[in-house]
Design a protein around this ligand. Sequence first.
Ligand code: HEC
Length: 274
Amino acid sequence: MEEEKKLDAQMSRRSLLINAGKCAVGAAGIAAVASALPGFVSKAEAVGGATEKWPWPYVKLDPEKTAEIAYNEWYRVFCGGAVISSVFSQLREKVGEPYKSFPIDGFVFLEGGMAGWGTVCGSNAGANVVSNLIIGPRIAGPDCEHGHSVGADMMDWYSNTALPTFAPREPKQKTAIIQTTSNSPLCHVSVGKWMKSSGFALASPERKDRCARVSASVAHKLVVDLNAWKDGKFIPRSSWTPGKTVGITGQQNCNECHGTNIPAPPMAKTEVKK
Ligand code: HEC
């Protein structure tokens, strides 16, 4: 009974999300959507207080300055922490709360693709933490022309761009840092391809500086996108919805891991447990 009620609430919230998403463009639209969501607001307020109210206010930032902060912060809190810190430390000063209460340094665990496991690159995770709090979740606007989140787009950009794109004003390593395209948002794949091409080991100062520059590149791109979104001008580059289109979550280039023999997930057998 309790479960059914929960499911009903989820379903009606979902249709609300989908319908609302159709017209939710830019900051004002998304703010209206988020404040209309009982699940994201009232319950959250009850358990979490002020920091649980989404979305959070954003003022436009300078991408170059943000990237410099991210580069230097990498040497303190690594990739995920650096991207979050580069945006939120500035918003702490320009906006104040709820950024002042946000535990930036707690996200140090994103290092090494989360505690060294080489899963999603912390820069992508950090960018998604930031965009999620500022814009709201990806699912707030799947059918909206501009509804695909800045965070989801970051995964696409990261995978398909020769990184790092950003060079700091005062690099800590003077060696030339080559660019590689990972074709994946994963730390393991991204770092691995760079190590193979450059010949530098994981523990080398060059690899560390490469990752600091990748974090800075992501921070730069993040702020460019957030600024465009704030102006209602963000145009997403990816409309990748694998769950819907291929029946399994995943990155786009299936062949990278499966070769030519890509397994087909069962599509028909969807059991709803009562
Ligand atoms: C980063 C590597 C990677 C990518 C990219 C990837 N997969 Fe997988 N996938 C795996 C691994 C590893 C497994 C588990 C082992 C297995 O069954 O091959 C798996 C399992 C699966 C399964 C379920 C198990 C099975 O073998 O039937 C399906 C279905 C699947 N993948 C489909 C896809 C599709 C479709 C794409 C592209 C949209 C994709 N995968 C992209 C690595 C990947």
